[in-house]
Design a protein around this ligand. Structure first.
Ligand SMILES: Cc1cc2nc3c(=O)[nH]c(=O)nc-3n(C[C@H](O)[C@H](O)[C@H](O)COP(=O)(O)OP(=O)(O)OC[C@H]3O[C@@H](n4cnc5c(N)ncnc54)[C@H](O)[C@@H]3O)c2cc1C
Length: 484
């Protein structure tokens, strides 16, 4: 398949860039080895839209974090993605921590972060009374926000798709060469793509792709972060995101509400030699719990509904690597997009998408299709709104996920989106069916039936998350005939 532009990686970075480029007259495809959008770090992170105190002044991380964070409220509104701005506290427990926090306040000023000040123990405890009383001081960051990282990525992809971007999922890039015709030839496990311009946004796989194109080698360290996610039924101990002082390994363990009202503890930070190994470990989770108790002495594993982990793509020089690939024509990249990559994504997309459009001389389209307006989730509707929804579409009357109050109408809508769900996990992340206390124990069979009907595939072909993760191996009738 030939496209003018081929983007490798359907995470938040690749999808945001695809959306920006979809404003121009060019054929564009996004390719990803995952069976869905957002299968890398973009589905497994803290979901914080960082204010921008942390990144060193003068770095791309600092500039794009602050610019991206400012874009979030309007972008979430436009794309119907949840966003809140509860603020954050970075806690200090010692004189050394105070010095670190004072430095962060100064960094914030240089980085042009709005608000932000050092507050003393009494004010910390007045703001968040469940904080460890041994706290000495804190950085108060009023503009720190929360979002849903995978919903943002889906929405960016859907908006790009309605403007003509093609998504090729479950396809892994194995080799990239520039052929004599001047085009990039991209070999995958399914075949070959050719393109004029290649954009590498492959997360933990981005250095491998970069090194296929350039002698100026990059090296990504895979840094795993593990989490506890708590039941929404628990009363939230904090309304802000509670950080501890950052270390060389990252922003440290946080205790934070999610945008959906769960409590999140984590992440750890361990270097790993497997970019795909996201299995949580007893040791990593123990570390998270112990560290969380420094912020919140009552932290306990009771109320945990799941654990998960994500892998940071840490480029060893420490900053984002964004722009044209050195020494190559028509090759661009966003490599080393670790935290605050989610916060920065809208700004990364404007910067790199703008550069590509300008250098390729792309003409803007006469018309851009606006983002599809998502209906309000059933769980958030008033009684009156629910009655109206059921009257218009009776499938709103069929509750499928009891924990998260998700209806059949919403599940079918999620499968029918431009880049719709094709798996049970895809439905879960788009609708929250299966995100609650029972983790899909009740609703998965019904979700599988709906997927089978919508995608016109037998139930035995429906998977949890692609590949061989089928729920059913066959039917009892056939098994009995075969004498099992
Ligand atoms: C534990 C953790 C916590 C974080 N917390 C925050 C936070 O609170 N706030 C914040 O701003 N940022 C946070 N981040 C950072 C943020 O998650 C990332 O910066 C962002 O998701 C990176 O997006 P991406 O699209 O660049 O990479 P990814 O989402 O990883 O996407 C890259 C894609 O490339 C695909 N790919 C890789 N190799 C190939 C190949 N060979 N062929 C085809 N496809 C390929 C992968 O399947 C993947 O889908 C956190 C990250 C982690 C891991």
């Amino acid at each position: 398949m030939y496209t003018d532009i081929l983007i490798i990686g359907a995470g938040v970075t690749g999808c945001a860039i695809a959306r920006v480029l979809s404003r121009y007259q060019a054929s564009i495809a996004v390719i990803d080895r995952g069976n869905d959008i957002a299968e890398g770090a973009s589905k497994a992170n803290s979901g914080i839209v960082h204010a921008g105190f942390d990144a060193h002044p003068g770095t791309l991380k600092a500039k794009l974090n602050v610019e991206g964070a400012k874009m979030y409220p309007a972008l979430c509104e436009e794309l119907c993605v949840p966003y809140q701005q509860p603020g954050a506290l970075v806690l200090g427990f010692s004189p050394e921590d105070r010095k670190t926090l004072e430095k962060l306040v100064e960094q914030g000023k240089v980085n042009d972060v709005p608000g932000g000040r050092l507050i003393e123990r009494e004010e910390v405890l007045a703001m968040e009374p469940n904080t460890n009383p041994e706290v000495v001081c804190a950085l108060y960051a009023p503009t720190s926000g929360l979002t849903s990282p995978y919903e943002m990525t889906f929405a960016l992809a859907d908006h790009a798709a309605v403007n003509g971007v093609q998504f090729c999922l479950h396809e892994e890039v194995e080799d990239v060469v520039r052929a004599q015709d001047g085009l990039w030839h991209v070999t995958t496990d399914k075949g070959e793509h050719t393109c004029n311009v290649l954009v590498n946004c492959a997360g933990v796989g981005a250095a491998t792709i970069h090194n296929m194109m350039s002698d100026d080698l990059l090296h990504i360290i895979d840094r795993r972060g593990q989490y506890y996610l708590m039941d929404r039924m628990q009363t939230l101990p904090f309304h802000m995101t509670m950080f501890q002082c950052p270390t060389v390994m990252g922003k440290g363990v946080l205790v934070s509400p999610t945008v959906h009202g769960n409590l999140l503890l984590g992440p750890s930070a361990e270097d790993s030699d497997d970019e795909l190994d996201t299995s949580p470990t007893a040791e990593g989770l123990r570390f998270v719990l112990e560290k969380s108790r420094l912020t919140w002495p009552k932290a306990s594993v009771r109320g945990t509904i799941t654990n998960f982990s994500g892998i940071r793509a840490h480029e060893q020089k420490g900053d984002f690597v964004i722009g044209a690939v050195k020494g190559q024509k028509n090759a661009y990249e966003a490599v080393g997009i670790e935290s605050p990559g989610l916060s920065a994504a809208p700004a990364i997309a404007e910067m790199l998408g703008g550069q590509i459009a300008q250098e390729m001389g792309l003409e803007p389209k006469a018309e851009i299709v606006p983002a599809i307006k998502r209906p309000k989730p059933f769980h958030a509707m008033t009684t009156q709104e629910r009655a109206e929804a059921v009257a218009k579409n009776p499938l709103y009357g069929n509750l499928v996920c009891r924990c998260e109050v998700v209806t059949e109408a919403e599940i079918r809508e999620a499968i029918r989106r431009p880049v719709g769900a094709t798996t049970i996990d895809g439905v879960k992340r788009r609708t929250r069916a299966g995100m609650g206390r029972c983790q899909g124990g009740f609703c998965s069979p019904r979700v599988a039936e709906i997927l089978s009907e919508e995608l016109h595939i037998p139930m035995t072909e429906v998977t949890k998350c692609g590949g061989e993760s089928r729920l059913l191996v066959g039917n009892i009738h056939d098994a009995m005939k075969e004498g099992c």
